[in-house]
Design a protein around this ligand. Structure first.
Ligand code: HEM
Length: 444
């Protein structure tokens, strides 16, 4: 990464490159006493906030990295009353519940329902012990100026599953390159203006208070994944093709729901069998547009279904060339919860919650996470009539979902999903300020 103008010392580390650690704790709090908290924010928290510069170099990475972000009610509690120019942020995620397609508030973690959370601290390290030490130290420094409301312990999956989300698919492959930051975008990587992610940078046309520059909106979602149920569904519905065993047919169905094989290889480039070498090669694993010579883009689902998760959330050439530049997010999520137990696997039923601690950064929630979820993933007629909702994250407030195009041998066939394999447990919208905004505005 090269800096051609972004102040990487001032941008929190998780935003552009992710925390780069195996364990992460999301610590949600309320501000109990703003007058007491403000000097601690500048004196005890700010010196520990990890910048992008620090994370970029292994030699300057702290034992435990720390980032912080505030909800609208948190900024209000700090008596910061400037509008950040984002009504979804101002309203909070609970108010957005129906638009996001969440079936009901009863599925939400109770602490997320409402606007009671003021902020989140993100602790990231190689071990839980390091994180626990950092939490204990910070809690004793902060005293009762804040109150812990809820926390979520997350971490990379063990062994060869590291980097894979709980359904088994390699994650963290396709994030946009940022002009002025990413020196050499990978082939097929989206390239976005810095203002797509960071407030008041080139490409962000919204009027903001000057102190908000280089901050970003963090959409947090606790997304429960029904892994044994997902696997049982694949086993029960293999794609039938004379050349495939039942197991291969089940793997193919899963790969087409995601748009990538578990290895990360895109089905658009390797439609019928996994290609682990392709999945592992960053120069090739993002280099596709869904366009193929000899095939019509608007009707060809032999390579990748229109409904595939990665096609719903980044349609590439489906929306024309050059591709849409307005709707991109920087993802920095991490799995939470234990591995599937033997009894869960054999019964096909989840007994202990696991899922994805989803984190997305963007300068506009209406163009970023909210848009991808509501206007693309949940919209059965995107990218074409009859596409169906995203089979991974599509949520139609609990309604049955009819998904098209999953069977490459019969594009007219539809698949009815009676279970949502991803269930929203809610979350919140936060603003992750620059380090200088913490010093000059939030803590004074
Ligand atoms: C990509 C899984 C939730 C947006 C991916 C990939 C996987 C995946 C396996 C491919 C790897 C990669 O490109 O990095 C999941 C799971 C989710 C989830 C299991 C829920 C538990 C979401 C949500 C959104 C989202 C809520 C946004 C509303 C994206 C985007 C990409 C992606 C934008 C990259 C597409 C591309 O550039 O090709 N996801 N995801 N995901 N996901 Fe998700």
């Amino acid at each position: 990464a090269a800096d051609a103008g972004l102040n990487l010392d001032d941008i929190q580390g998780d935003v552009l490159i992710g925390m780069k650690k195996n364990r992460e704790l999301f610590y949600f709090f309320t501000i109990a006493n703003a007058a007491d908290f403000k000097p601690k924010l500048s004196g005890s928290i700010l010196p520990l906030i990890t910048s992008t510069t620090q994370l970029l170099d292994v030699s300057t990475q702290p034992e435990t990295a720390l980032n912080i972000a505030f909800s609208q009610t948190g900024l209000t509690a700090l008596n910061v009353t400037d509008s950040l120019g984002d009504s979804l942020f101002s309203g909070g995620q609970f108010k957005d519940l129906a638009n996001l397609g969440d079936p009901s508030a009863t599925q939400w973690v109770p602490e997320f329902a409402g606007t009671g959370i003021h902020g989140v601290l993100l602790f990231a390290s190689d071990t839980d012990d390091h994180i626990n030490t950092a939490v204990t130290n910070l809690e004793s420094a902060l005293g009762d100026s804040i109150t812990k409301v809820y926390s979520l312990q997350a971490g990379a999956r063990p062994g060869a599953e590291a980097g894979h989300e709980h359904f088994g698919f390699l994650d963290g492959i396709s994030n946009p390159a940022v002009t002025g930051f990413t020196a050499n975008p990978m082939a097929g990587q989206a390239v976005v203006a810095p203002g797509t992610i960071l407030l008041s940078e080139t490409g962000d046309a919204t009027t903001r208070p000057s102190w908000a520059k280089d901050g970003t909106f963090l959409a947090f979602r606790q997304l429960k994944q029904l892994v044994p149920e997902f696997n049982a569904f694949l086993t029960a519905n293999p794609i039938v093709d004379g050349n495939l065993t039942a197991e291969q047919g089940s793997d193919l169905l899963g790969a087409r729901m995601v748009g990538r094989w578990k290895s990360g290889a895109p089905v658009d480039l390797s439609p019928l069998v996994d290609d682990p070498a392709l999945g592992a090669d960053p120069t090739r694993n993002n280099n596709f547009t869904f366009t193929h010579s000899g095939f019509t883009l608007s009707s060809d689902q032999t390579h990748c279904p229109f409904s595939a998760h990665i096609r719903k959330t980044r349609p590439r050439s489906d929306l024309g060339t050059p591709e849409d530049a307005a709707h991109h997010i920087m993802r920095a999520g991490i799995p939470y919860g234990p591995e599937v137990s033997d009894s869960e696997a054999s019964s096909g039923t989840t007994s202990t919650e696991r899922g994805l601690a989803f984190v997305a950064y963007q300068s506009s929630l209406a163009n970023g996470f909210h848009f991808l979820q509501q206007i693309w993933a949940n919209n059965a007629n995107f990218v074409h009539a009859g596409t169906g909702a995203d089979p991974i994250i599509g949520a139609l407030a609990g309604a049955q979902r009819v998904v098209g195009g999953l069977d490459p041998t019969n594009s007219a066939k539809t698949t009815t999903l009676t279970t949502d394999f991803v269930v929203s447990r809610g979350g919140e919208y936060f603003f992750a300020p620059s380090l200088s905004a913490i010093a000059s505005k939030l803590s004074v």
